[in-house]
Design a protein. Structure first.
Length: 261
């Protein structure tokens, strides 16, 4: 475990463990799973302003992509002029090159703390008792490849998590393409990177395949939350782009409707 994250991981461990104890009389064996999901969602709620800011930055980058591409073509042999023109464009739009990246970097320590908590066998030099709980009889500390095989209950639980993760990854990529639609006029990526762009969203499934079940549940919850945030942002952007009908026009339309009757 990264030493500088040891203290926050230990604090998070006590919070989730305490919440598990509270939920145990109600949920029994599912208390630890519910605590992992609830804690992940609580942290994501706190990070939501950063997430939405990152999405806004990415949307601006998508909208400016055709203009940026035109500048790169026009000043390909004048790097200093290109830099000035790009900086001027960002300044006019009230944004920057790192508008969609900086908020994501600020979230990284918090997300890392949660991932380390749900995959570390020890926390604070003591056993991570969260991993001793189970989901449908499968301990949260076990790995997919360490079980009885894909045809067992152990394998079925992991494959269920993988299937849900893959579905969320596909939906996330689909929403991402819709959000990037304004950049359709930009130059298409090289053929080699095109395959990488298609495969990269499913990296979460690969990570879950080599992580404990607890970490897989965390990844599933976090990805689902990210997907909901992106869809919320997309719908909000669409709603804000629809011009409001003036009250005078509404009154006129209502009057015409009454005359028609």
């Amino acid at each position: 475990m990264f030493s500088f994250l040891g203290v926050p991981v230990d604090a998070a461990y006590h919070l989730v463990s305490g919440f598990t104890g509270i939920l145990t009389p109600v949920l029994g064996g599912l208390a630890a799973v519910a605590a992992i999901i609830a804690f992940t969602m609580a942290v994501r709620v706190l990070l939501m302003p950063l997430s939405l800011r990152a999405l806004r930055g990415q949307a601006v980058q998508a909208r400016l992509a055709p203009q940026l591409q035109a500048l790169r073509q026009r000043y390909a042999k004048q790097p200093e002029r290109l830099q000035r023109e790009m900086s001027a464009l960002y300044k006019r739009e009230g944004t920057s090159l790192f508008a969609g990246i900086a908020p994501l970097l600020l979230q990284w320590p918090f997300l890392s703390v949660m991932y380390l908590l749900f995959r570390s066998p020890q926390v604070g030099a003591k056993p991570n008792t969260l991993l001793s709980h189970d989901l449908l009889g499968v301990p949260l500390g076990t790995h997919w490849l360490s079980g009885a095989g894909p045809v067992s209950l152990h394998g079925a639980v992991f494959l269920g998590v993988f299937a849900l993760l893959a579905g969320l990854c596909w939906l996330s990529a689909w929403i991402g393409r819709r959000m990037m639609a304004p950049a359709s006029g930009a130059q298409a990526p090289p053929a080699g990177t095109g395959l990488l762009v298609k495969v990269l969203p499913y990296l979460t499934v690969v990570i879950a395949a080599f992580a404990p079940l607890a970490a897989g549940i965390y990844l599933l919850t976090s990805l689902g939350w990210s997907l909901a945030e992106r869809e919320f942002f997309r719908r909000s952007a669409v709603a804000s782009a629809v011009p409001e009908v003036p009250a005078s026009q509404k009154t006129l339309a209502a009057g015409n409707g009454q005359k028609a009757r």
